[in-house]
Design a protein around this ligand. Structure first.
Ligand code: DGP
Ligand code: NA
Ligand code: NA
Length: 210
């Protein structure tokens, strides 16, 4: 019997695109098809680094912008041993945000180049598929008001959306843009089928690196 590793599937998008809902639905659907699957979300606010990030996002503390960028990256790196272990065990991982959010959100701040923002995440396990949940800022606004966290400001989110467009030019990444303006079910059907196709191919290949 040939060994099959788990695959690394990432969902990205601006706030309110439905990432968390779709991550949960995807894991459920993969499990119903008899596959092993688990969710990971970034930032992981449960670790010590995650608590610093959480306090910053809740505006309970202020951190210098380069510093917070490196903390978000460190928060991904600290989970790498776990990610590698799960993939080796054949567990498919569905990840709610990854390094692409890191680059999009920090490079939306003045004075940060895409290139500088990418560096700390170089060498992270490379996703086999990154689905970008595309939603216009206008439609996103109709889904309700932002909360009180840092970054939850319309003008900033529009810049983040533009940065994601630039980031998607990176052809070394297996991007798939998903129209997230449709119903939860329609979006889910697309995500599920793209994920199944990716699993069929990628489970036989080695894990890459960003
Ligand atoms: P969430 O828990 O998914 O709502 O994410 C929290 C906020 O942090 C959200 O506005 C997106 C932002 N974010 C996620 N990852 C990163 C990152 O790596 N760097 C920066 N600067 N912001 C991030
Ligand atoms: Na948020
Ligand atoms: Na989320």
């Amino acid at each position: 019997m040939t060994f099959r590793r788990g695959v690394l599937i990432v969902l990205e998008g601006v706030d309110r695109a439905g990432k968390s809902t779709q991550c949960a639905r995807l894991v459920q659907a993969l499990q119903q098809n008899g596959r092993r699957a688990e969710i990971i979300r970034f930032p992981d606010r449960t670790t010590q680094i995650g608590q610093l990030i959480s306090s910053y996002l809740e505006k309970k503390s202020n951190l210098e912008d380069h510093t917070v960028h490196l903390l978000f990256s460190a928060n991904r790196w600290e989970l790498v041993p776990l990610i590698r272990e799960k993939l080796e065990q054949g567990i498919n991982l569905v990840v709610d945000r990854y390094a692409f959010s890191g680059v999009a959100f920090t490079s939306a701040k003045p004075g940060f180049s895409l290139d500088w923002c990418k560096q700390p995440d170089v060498g992270l396990p490379k996703p086999d598929l990154v689905m970008f949940l595309q939603l216009s800022p206008e439609v996103a606004a109709q889904r309700g008001q932002f909360g009180a966290e840092r970054y939850e400001i319309s003008s900033f989110q529009q810049t983040v959306q533009q940065r994601f467009e630039e980031i998607r030019n990176d052809t070394s990444i297996n991007w798939k843009v998903i129209d997230a303006s449709r119903s939860i079910e329609e979006v889910h059907t697309d995500i599920k089928s793209a994920s199944e196709k990716t699993i069929d191919v990628a489970q036989h290949l080695p894990v890459g690196e960003l």
